[in-house]
Design a protein around this ligand. Structure first.
Ligand code: ADP
Length: 536
């Protein structure tokens, strides 16, 4: 009565005679052990027969203490239930007189053991998670294994992709023979699939606890009878589904299951896994940041190496030319042959070309710094694209001739737009110089045309081309699809090109086949043009 009022479960109690035979026991004791009242009242159960066979000393100690001191315990031991399962208990006994009886209090230690196990699991997992250098997927695999060796029979970890699908990244089963079964477990329905209310709730970050996991719950997790059969084979009497959340959104899902009839999950288990999920997300974030930082440092070092090499390359011919001229000027001053103006002009031409190269490189670096700081400013004015292309082609004519590339321009009409002239020139220059550099001495064709609100410029070459898998990345910073041994370059030209084109609200794309050449297509919105009055 008192216990019910206070909502505190009474401890299990029993009374024995001096021989240790059970005379009476309360309901809590019967529930704990699985014994039935008739068996107890018939005097058929002996107290020491309840203890697990490998812990006889606990019973002997208790009997000894009772005889000497009149009390015994508290002692920790394990009882064997009538169904054969074990339960950890704490015992205390008190000797009563007239009639001679022993009163025994038995406390179920399962909740305490669970809490200890959960704490141990969390602290082991935290140790695993502190391994910042690990790959995110390796971290998740480690946690799944820890779960399956302590709080779960099996554990699945899925990552929630942006399109609402789940990608399995880890699975672990306590029983090694069932690992294969788990690996084949079907992936969960996408949150976008019709009828996947459960997975939509999980994607919103809501956990689910199934102390008793029933066939109807299983059905919500599968789409086809085959998938259902697969999951049924895995088993799971009690299940928790706990999303991993980052910045208010679910990014993944833990599925934790127990196949042990004595291990049903409760709210405290759910809380523990939610805490685990929070720690995992923090650790995975850290690991990702660490990896990104490592990659950025690596990229920067690599870039510094290439940049120093590229900046040094024009300096060597520049120094040589200047040294030769200095020597000849010295000779002329000390009575030697005078400096021939053509030779001076040639040398200055070479020197200026190298200075131009250096200036371009430095300008590129400055542009990248400007773009990163969001300081790319455009001075818009009316520009005619066909004439820009024609002028640039004539600027490139000498180097094209040296490389044996024929330059062709198809720009039948003037194409006006509001752009930043120098930036447009820079973009076309980048595409043209790449077409010559990677054009294998074959023709390069430039086309300019108007397409309604937009202007289109294409640069087509028949050179080395670009492999399919590189097409996406060549517009990224420092990304190159050729070896620097064969072709110099910083991998910045296309990056800058795309940034400028996007600042105009336009696009740049490439189509290419290795060995056959590449076509870069630039599309720029022509912008608001002033209305030009026409005179009759
Ligand atoms: P860079 O030429 O300095 O390497 P870019 O950013 O201009 O840098 O180009 C990036 C990469 O794209 C190049 O390294 C090359 O692999 C590839 N690429 C660019 N243009 C062409 C082209 N016309 N033909 C073949 N590959 C090209």
């Amino acid at each position: 009565m008192l216990g019910r009022l206070l909502r505190v479960p009474l401890p299990a109690l029993l009374i024995t005679d001096p021989q240790g035979r059970l005379l009476d026991a309360n309901d809590a004791f019967l529930r704990l052990t699985g014994l039935v009242r008739e068996e107890v009242e018939a005097g058929r159960v002996s107290w020491d027969a309840l203890a697990a066979p490998e812990t006889p000393s606990a019973g002997a100690q208790a009997v000894d203490a009772l005889r000497r001191l009149g009390t015994a315990g508290p002692l920790e031991t394990e009882y064997v239930r009538t169904d054969g399962s074990r339960v950890p208990v704490l015992l205390a006994a008190l000797g009563l007189e007239a009639p001679e009886r022993t009163l025994v209090l038995v406390q179920d230690l399962t909740p305490r053991r669970r809490a200890e196990e959960a704490l141990r699991f969390l602290s082991d997992a935290s140790r695993e998670l502190a391994e910042v250098r690990a790959e995110p997927d390796a971290i998740l695999a480690g946690v799944a294994h820890l779960a399956a060796s302590s709080v779960a029979s099996w554990c699945l970890v899925d990552v929630l992709e942006e399109d609402g699908t789940f990608r399995r990244v880890a699975s672990a089963h306590r029983d090694p023979d069932s690992e294969a079964l788990l690996r084949e477990a079907p992936r969960f329905p996408a949150t976008t699939e019709a009828g996947s209310a459960l997975f939509q709730a999980l994607a919103r970050g809501e956990s689910r606890l199934y102390p008793d996991f029933l066939p109807e719950h299983l059905k919500q997790m599968t789409r086809t009878p085959e998938q259902l059969a697969q999951l049924e084979r895995l088993g799971g009497l009690s299940v928790m589904l706990v999303p991993m959340r980052s910045r208010g959104q679910a990014v993944g899902l833990f599925t934790i299951a127990s196949c042990d009839p004595g291990r049903r999950y409760g709210p405290e288990d759910l809380e523990m896994v939610e805490e685990l999920a929070r720690r995992v997300v923090a650790a995975v974030d850290n690991a990702r940041l660490y990896q990104e930082a490592q990659e950025a440092v690596h990229l920067r070092d690599e870039f510094l190496g290439i940049a120093s090499h590229e900046l040094k390359t024009p300096l060597t011919p520049l120094r040589l030319k200047l040294q030769v001229m200095q020597r000849q000027a010295g000779d002329a001053m000390s009575g030697g042959p005078p400096l021939a103006p053509e030779r001076v002009s040639d040398a200055l031409e070479v020197a200026l070309r190298q200075v131009r190269k250096l200036t371009d490189l430095v300008d590129n670096l400055l542009d990248v710094a400007r773009i990163s700081a969001g300081r790319l400013r455009l001075e818009l004015e009316e520009v005619e694209l066909s004439s820009v292309a024609a002028e640039l082609l004539s600027r490139f004519a000498p180097s094209a001739e040296k490389l044996g590339c024929a330059l062709e321009l198809h720009a039948p009409e003037p194409v006006f737009g509001r752009w930043d002239r120098l930036r447009v020139e820079q973009v076309v220059t980048n595409l043209l110089s790449n077409a010559l550099k990677y054009g294998a001495g074959r023709p390069v064709v430039v086309r300019v045309e108007e397409d309604g609100e937009r202007a289109r410029l294409t640069v087509q070459d028949y050179g080395i081309g670009i492999a399919e898998e590189d097409l996406g990345r060549i517009f990224e910073r420092f990304e190159r699809a050729v070896s620097d041994r064969h072709y110099g370059g910083l991998g910045l030209g296309l990056y800058i090109t795309r940034q400028i084109v996007e600042a105009f609200g336009g696009t740049v794309r490439v189509s290419s086949s290795p060995g056959e050449g590449s076509t870069f297509t630039l599309e720029l919105p022509r912008g608001q043009l002033p209305i030009i009055p026409s005179f009759g």
